[in-house]
Design a binder for this molecule. Sequence first.
Ligand code: SF4
Length: 369
Amino acid sequence: MTFYDHIAQLSWDELGASIYAKSKSDVELALSKESCDLEDFKALVSPAAEPYLEEMARISQLKTQKRFGKTIQLYIPMYLSNECQNICTYCGFSLDVKIPRKTLSDQEIVKEAETIKQMGYDHVLIVTGEANKEVGTDYFKNAIRLLKPYFSHISLEVQPLYRNEYQELIQEGLNTVLVYQETYHEKNYKLHHPKGKKSNFRFRVETHDRLGKAGIHKMGLGVLIGLEDWRIDSVFNATHLQYLERTYWKTKYSVSFPRLRPCAGGNSVKSAISDRQLVQLICAYRLFNEELELSMSTRESASFRDNIIKLGITSISADSKTDPGGYANPKENLEQFEIDDKRDTKEFSKVIEEQGYEPVFKDWDLGLQ
Ligand code: SF4
């Protein structure tokens, strides 16, 4: 039994109907509860909750401070390769996008590590396109070995792997794996992912089960907001999270909120989410789950990121480059998507401090503070 068997029993349309049928009284009931269930989460992401945003933000802030204190954890992505064997309709690394392709050598990885270390980071997120031949398990094992002397927390955002491959990477020192489902709409998933291994919906949606069985310390979930109805996708994602927490209870979890961004391959925003609605979604997750790490990238604007610091986000990237080798060699233009918040680490840390929060560069989950 995996999550695929679980969602096979769920209907996208019926779930959507039940979200859009939520009323003011359903929202008020959710807001009055100490702990929210999935029905409450549906109410909190529904249109009926939009007038309650201030109240949601107030509760979200309180709950976040209770569990995480006034701290914001900082991490940085390190792109090792933009090779990709998939076609995704929304991504600048897609196989059909004619850009120069690059995979970092050992020497280049070390150079990037040294540059990032000097910027003050202790938590690095390895990112690649999905290309098993150029960047497979052996490449990742080697990269983790090279990076381990520099960083105490290593996360991975690459193609979904098999359980034994995850086990090998965990043995090398891998701490966290992020895999985003993009959308849980199985039929339309195929339209957004017409070619390559990623077009296998089932293999992707079962990745977190393989990770749980491999014994990963932390795993991240999320949908690509904008591909399909963000409310329905978010309820599927919350259902997935709840299933995983109950099945693999030793693992920690995080949820991210990537919105579609302009990129070399164009994009296909179908269900736009406003800034207010994104705040609503973030607060809904916090009310649903007090323990959850909520993460935000530099895809978002500086002003949005500054405002969200106090409302529920606990982990945030800064000073990011989305092209391989972009820190040590910033001149090449091979980026996956345009970043919006281009402030450097010092500047962004100052913003966090000015809001009364402490920027943290180590991972408290690993007891390394
Ligand atoms: S989203 Fe990932 S898999 Fe799809 S084209 Fe971009 S890098 Fe490749």
